[in-house]
Design a protein around this ligand. Structure first.
Ligand code: RFL
Ligand code: PHB
Length: 392
């Protein structure tokens, strides 16, 4: 098989890139190792930045998001039994975020693709990218037990953190930056209306807690747990009890609504950046190039930013023969990526309790939160980071 852009991975990055290239008339093929049901049900992100929602609308994938997504104009910080609301539009000149699950973004993009878009092969596992430095790179892949090659002009590695595309960048040119955090998140989905209309980020001496949602009837919540925790170690009742403790407040009107837990999983927290994000005719995008701890809700949004940038670059090359945006791709993306890495690390440090935290560290965290609650400059910095760093 031959195409202009071979895309590995049908997560949000690969699917949106395919859609943008279809729109621009640039021939492309998407290879996805898993089946459709798996891709559509993998529980992950829930928050779309302002610019991400706009990018999905511009790609013609915003209709259901605008109908069913929940626009959020604020988040709550809870610390020291206090509640503080951050008013996002008031601090950012009108920007907000949208609660719309990654599963739904993927479903919408898959439906668009299958309704007249380019080829999307499920159960097609990329084995290796070859010839990235040449004018004719190829992706070797296995589909229905048979090995084949996808001959391309360009390859987009949108295959997530555990994909194969990154391996095609020689060690001599790769620079890798990263850290792991000494804790993880235990996440649940529960069939119960959210206890609050906006997300609640809680700092507590027992550890971080986050109250989120997927819809007006489904709660999503997370607890900081020690690294290496297995989800089965926590009973549903223990999870609700712990959420109740960590969300404690002097506000008598607050109550946590409990309900049946329908899913439970543990996610490690990690920061990772691979530089450069381009090698020859291979481009890395999304989690294939970088990971952030989920605290800042940035991962999916970074993936969208990368592929919007990449689609523009490939379209300019295709239409005008101009490679300037291709040459700028890695630099352009990394600037925004590092802002998101910084923001996600800072928010993680502000809200989580490290296993070796001292009473001094606790006081510094509380002072940081008190500063956000009391100084507009600090609160604005949080709101700007949360609603998203602009694309260049
Ligand atoms: P994905 O979604 O991992 O998709 C990669 C796709 O590539 C496929 N693949 C291959 N296909 C063919 N051949 C191979 N060899 C392949 N190897 C892999 C995979 O099957 C998959 O379909 O990467 P992408 O597209 O870059 O998207 C990134 C996002 O998924 C990720 O950053 C976010 O989910 C992170 N994240 C959050 N991001 C946000 O912006 N807001 C949030 O609120 C948010 N919350 C979260 C999160 C991630 C979490 N977990 C589980 C890591 C909450 C959690 C708990
Ligand atoms: C989620 O709903 O999954 C979610 C929300 C906010 C975050 C992280 C995850 O910061």
């Amino acid at each position: 098989m031959r195409t202009t852009v071979g895309i590995i991975g049908a997560g949000p990055a690969g699917l949106l890139l395919g859609r943008l290239l279809d729109d621009a008339g640039v021939d492309n093929v998407v290879l996805e190792s898993r089946d459709r049901a798996y891709v559509e049900q993998r529980q992950r992100a829930g928050i779309l930045e302002h610019g991400t929602a706009e990018a999905l609308r511009a790609a013609g994938a915003g209709e259901r998001m605008d109908r069913e997504g929940l626009p959020h104009d604020g988040i709550e910080l809870r610390f020291d039994r206090r509640r503080h609301r951050v008013d996002l539009p008031a601090l950012t000149g009108g920007r907000n975020v949208t609660v719309y699950a990654q599963t739904e973004v993927c479903k919408d993009l898959i439906a668009l693709r299958l309704d007249g878009g380019g080829p999307l092969l499920f159960a097609a596992e990329a084995l290796a990218v070859e010839g990235a430095e040449t004018a004719a790179p190829r992706v070797r892949y296995r589909h229905r037990g048979r090995e084949s090659a996808l001959e391309c002009d360009y390859v987009a590695g949108c295959d997530g953190f555990r994909g194969v595309a990154r391996e095609a960048v020689p060690e001599a040119v790769s620079r890798v930056f990263g850290r792991t955090f000494p804790f993880a998140w235990l996440g649940i989905l529960a069939d119960v209306p959210p206890s609050h209309g906006e997300l609640v980020y809680a700092r507590h001496d027992r550890g971080f807690a986050l109250l989120s949602m997927r819809s007006p009837t489904v709660t999503r919540a997370y607890l900081q747990v020690p690294d290496g925790t297995h989800a089965a170690e926590w009973s549903d009742e223990e999870i609700w009890d712990e959420l109740d403790r960590r969300l404690e407040t002097d506000d008598p009107s607050w109550t946590l609504h409990r309900g049946p837990v329908t899913a439970k999983s543990v996610t490690p927290l990690r920061s990772y950046v691979h530089e450069p994000m381009r090698h020859g005719r291979l481009f890395l995008a999304g989690d294939a190039a970088h990971i952030v701890p989920p605290t800042g809700a940035k991962g999916l949004n970074l993936a969208v930013g990368d592929v919007v940038t990449l689609a523009r670059a490939l379209t300019l090359r295709h239409e005008k023969g101009d490679a300037s945006l291709i040459d700028a791709y890695s630099r352009t993306c990394l600037r925004r990526v590092w802002q998101a890495e910084r923001f996600s690390c800072a928010l993680t440090a502000l809200l989580h309790r490290a296993p070796d935290a001292t009473p001094f560290d606790d006081r510094v965290q509380l002072a940081g939160l008190d500063r956000i609650a009391g100084a507009r400059s600090a609160e604005t910095d949080l709101a700007e980071g949360y609603t998203g760093f602009p694309l260049d």
